[in-house]
Write a protein that binds this ligand. Structure first.
Ligand code: SAM
Length: 423
């Protein structure tokens, strides 16, 4: 009995077949192989009959970024008008019914649904009907992923539209008030969130979604939390809605967590903490604290200070202030666990990963006038804060690509329990 080939096998066969068609076409017409070299043809002019998607730089530049702009706009509009939540999960809905339900213009709604479906968000099972795909279902069910779409369309896109103006006016300034975000919105990113609670809430949800599932679970295993003494205090600095601490607490109930963030996040964080069941909830305490001010007495001599996705938001001068307050509070055995991006040596990543890394780097600039750091940058930053501060261990979590977990301690006299290890 013969079994039908799997979808992946069919795709592989299709790619191979189309590759052969392209190769034959190039040979028949005496054309060179596709290439990115300066001397390569700018227009390959392969006719549509050859079923090839390969284009030269001329055709590429004509379309550059266009699809992404309209995909982003579609997701922005569809999320804003709660379209994903208005489509039933089990059955398709007619466009006209959906338009009536959401008080939208049916024709425009259809245009945006069609655009989103080119990237597998929603699909049209029969003409004039909308239904869910796995991606649009996630938008329907998870506020955090809807907030991710908002973060890109309303925040990153708007800030990036002011990048050129910002560079022209302020050059390479490292002041948050001279970042593209501040130029676009007239305020510094976190101060703006403070003033507009709906923004703050959406940002916190997007942060939670961006650290969801396996990444959060990984934080609980990549660092040796088990070696921290019973009842040891973990201070989660800029801990947002307590999602990281909560994940570690679930796996390591012997620890206590103090989650520090701006006072405006208290309600959201406390609601999240309270929603957790069992006695572990009592191990998590939110404490409003501005990390540019000295650490309070309750956070002194903690076992671990966690900084996840915090320092890359700030220039070296700002990071020095944050770290100096931590060093001041540290005991000889205290550790700082920095979970952040580490930019690898140039040319060591594949093209796709390199592009993602550059995206993160420029996002830091667009929002905060900050940058991602290489390992050399991280070590230099620590040494400026305190000569004794050094990286003891670096772990690269397999699922948190581009990230490293850096364990930092006070080297030299009084270092307890751990030897300094080379990276
Ligand atoms: C990029 S988020 C990271 C949140 C969390 N650590 C995570 O990994 O998902 C940065 C956090 O820093 C907080 N934050 C910004 N400025 C702060 C300040 N001056 N003091 C304390 N927290 C601050 C923000 O409210 C936000 O929760």
């Amino acid at each position: 009995m013969s079994t039908a080939p799997s979808l992946l096998s069919q795709l592989i066969a299709d790619i191979s077949k189309k590759g052969t068609i392209l190769e034959d076409y190039l040979t028949r017409n005496g054309l060179p192989q596709p290439s990115f070299k300066t001397s390569a043809p700018i227009d390959l002019a392969i006719p549509a009959s050859e079923e090839s998607l390969i284009v030269g730089p001329a055709e590429g530049l004509k379309w550059i970024g266009m699809t992404e702009i309209y995909l982003l706009t579609s997701l922005q509009i569809l999320c804003h008008f709660n379209i994903a939540q208005s489509i039933p999960l089990g059955s398709p809905i007619a466009f006209n019914e959906l338009a009536k339900k959401t008080s939208l213009n049916e024709s425009l709604l259809a245009h945006y649904l069609h655009m989103a479906s080119t990237h597998h968000y929603f699909y049209e099972p029969a003409p004039g009907f909308a239904a869910h795909t796995a991606g649009s279902r996630l938008l329907a069910e998870d506020e955090g992923y809807r907030a991710c779409a908002w973060l890109r369309a309303d925040i990153f896109f708007t800030a990036c539209s002011k990048a050129l103006e910002t560079m022209t006016r302020f050059g390479g300034s490292a002041k948050p008030e001279e970042a593209p975000y501040a130029v676009a919105f007239g305020d510094v990113f976190f101060a703006h969130l403070e003033k507009e609670p709906w923004r703050r809430e959406k940002f916190a949800h997007s942060m939670k979604a961006m650290t969801s599932g396996s990444e959060v679970e990984e934080i609980a295993v990549v660092y040796d939390w088990g070696s921290v003494e019973e009842g040891g205090l973990v201070v989660d600095i800029g801990g947002g809605m307590a999602h990281i601490s909560a994940a570690i607490a679930t796996a390591h109930p012997h620890l206590h967590f103090l989650i520090q963030d701006l006072p405006s996040l208290a309600d959201q964080a406390n609601t999240h903490i309270a929603s957790r069941s069992g006695p572990k909830a009592s191990h998590l305490t939110f404490h409003p604290h501005d990390f540019f001010t000295p650490q309070p007495a309750i956070a002194r001599n903690a076992a671990v200070y966690v900084l996840r996705n915090i320092l890359h938001d700030w220039s070296d001068a700002h990071c020095q202030q944050i770290l100096a307050h931590i060093v001041d509070a540290m005991g000889p055995k205290s550790r700082v666990v920095i979970v952040d991006v580490v930019v690898p040596e140039p040319g060591t990543l594949g093209m796709y990963e390199e592009a993602q890394m550059r995206t993160l780097d420029l996002t830091m600039w667009a929002l905060f006038a900050a940058r991602e750091r290489s390992m050399e940058d991280w070590e230099g930053l620590l040494k400026v804060v305190d000569e004794r501060l050094g990286v003891l261990k670096v772990v690269e979590p397999p699922r948190m690509r581009r990230y490293a977990v850096m364990e930092v301690g006070l080297l030299g006299e009084g270092v307890g329990g751990m030897e300094a290890r080379p990276i």
